[in-house]
Design a protein around this ligand. Structure first.
Ligand SMILES: [Fe+2]
Length: 281
């Protein structure tokens, strides 16, 4: 019997149909990959040792496996396959490793950061609405998070207050919201682990172009996970995790020493879910 078929047969008794298909697909493609690449013994040893080192870098606040999926384009592809539909004006983005559970609720017009956080402010206003009927959605929750101007999220930086540059806001009866954020900053993904080795080998800069994360959720609507990039930023195409896209550009306007942005979030009818936060509360 052909070798791949023999392995596939050994996993044919899995009861759950979906799990059976997932395992069979994995075996089929993994063995085809090995047949194509023909790793040497030393290369195979490197592969399992690399995974062991990824595991050693993984803990409650960091997941090297998720980071590898991000820089190989897997995370963004999963997000696009599950959610992108032609015609929708706002694109879906990977959640990324920095979403933290239970961000504080902040009032209309409030800033997502402490007063002494350095950097230019941007007032972001807009509307959450039903993509098909265009009706405003009241009570939608906008969960936002972003890096400080030193490129660090608050969980990476002991000089920032707890939950700095994170917050949840609610849309009003007319679907509108109003918040003050920091002008988005570019930052590198962590490169002190095995993923960093890969990026250096590929001569890929580890940078994410400046962006602000948003998750917009309302009962009866598919949750929108997105990021807002700065229109005109030349580094968007080089996004190390392949998320930057023309469907996620914000037209930031300078307003004296502050900036402003108008950005709307269309939601489609569907099941409201919340992604698992990689960082606990
Ligand atoms: Fe980010």
């Amino acid at each position: 019997m052909e070798f791949t078929q023999r392995v596939l047969n050994a996993y044919a008794q899995i009861d759950d149909r979906r799990l059976r298909a997932i395992v069979a697909g994995l075996i089929k493609h993994l063995l085809a990959y090995v047949n194509e690449i023909r790793p040497t013994d030393q290369e195979f040893e490197f592969a399992w040792d690399y995974m062991g080192r990824m595991a050693a870098k993984t803990g409650p606040e960091r997941n090297e496996f998720l980071l590898l999926a991000d820089v190989l384009g897997v995370s963004q592809l999963v997000e696009s396959l599950n959610h992108d539909e032609p015609g929708t004006p706002v694109g879906f983005a990977l959640v990324g490793p920095f979403l933290r559970a239970n961000a504080p609720f902040r009032g209309r017009g409030a800033a997502d950061m402490s007063d002494d956080t350095p950097g230019a402010r941007v007032r972001i206003t807009g509307k959450v609405y039903d993509f098909h009927t265009k009706a405003p959605i009241e009570g939608a929750i906008l969960d936002t998070w972003q890096a400080a101007s030193n490129g660090l999220y608050e969980n990476q930086d002991e000089n920032q207050p707890d939950y700095n540059l994170r917050g949840r806001y609610k849309s009003d009866r007319d679907g509108t919201f109003d918040l003050v954020a920091l002008m988005p900053t570019a930052y590198p993904v962590p490169t002190d682990g095995p993923v960093g080795e890969l990026l250096r080998a590929a001569k890929r800069p580890p940078n994410r172009p400046a962006h602000i994360h948003f998750i917009v959720a309302a009962p009866g609507y598919e949750t929108l996970v997105t990021q807002v990039f700065v229109k005109g930023d030349k580094d968007i195409e080089a996004d190390v995790v392949f998320t930057g896209d023309e469907k996620m550009l914000g037209d930031f306007k300078r307003d004296g020493d502050r900036f402003s942005l108008i950005y709307d979030f269309p939601l489609r009818r569907g099941v409201s879910t919340m992604p698992k936060a990689p960082i606990p509360a």
